[in-house]
Design a protein around this ligand. Sequence first.
Ligand code: HEM
Length: 186
Amino acid sequence: MKGIIFNLFEDFVVEKLGAEAYEEILASAGLQTTEPFVGPGSYPDEDLFALVASAVKRMGVPTAEALRAFGRFCIPPLARRFPRFMTPHAHPKDFLLTVDAFHSTEVNKLFDGARCPRFHYETPTPDRLVMRYESERRMCALVEGLLDGVATYYGVPIEHAQTSCMLHGDPACVFDLTFAAREATP
Ligand code: HEM
């Protein structure tokens, strides 16, 4: 996994628990990596999972809940750092339909050695989008949190039902999304 994800996870833990707690979580995670994580670097997936496990112990919440919170946390900093992926779109559906393409083209180019997730789409009705997520990392709870973050970013609530899950032996995680009307701006 690329260092940018480790850096975002550090920022997330520091915001939730503080810098001292992050250092303790890092020290007790038993990581293979000994040097500091840098954005363009590539590190073992196991190290991210170990850090998540160590943080979850400290937070006292289930892993899926922590990953969802992490996903929600990630969208504002990603949007600030990579506005070109999000600002051309006015609606989350239009943006989400580009997520597979920009991961497999630009993200792969920007982050040498990335192994990005794949998404496939169906649009059964104008207010729905069925997103099929495939990755050997099986981080569907992270996807859920990212979807919530995207909904907040565009001010359009997204109701999501997960109809199949790799963690339960299915070949992919499928999210059936329904977009609500845009929230009125105060
Ligand atoms: C500006 C927006 C985004 C950028 C720049 C971005 C970039 C990245 C990068 C660099 C990785 C690490 C890949 C690796 O280490 O192999 C990653 C992973 C991931 N991205 Fe994105 N991403 C963005 C938005 C999204 C959104 C909106 C979703 C889904 C709704 C998403 C789903 C994921 C997932 C689930 C992973 C974890 C790795 C995996 O499942 O295999 N990303 N992304």
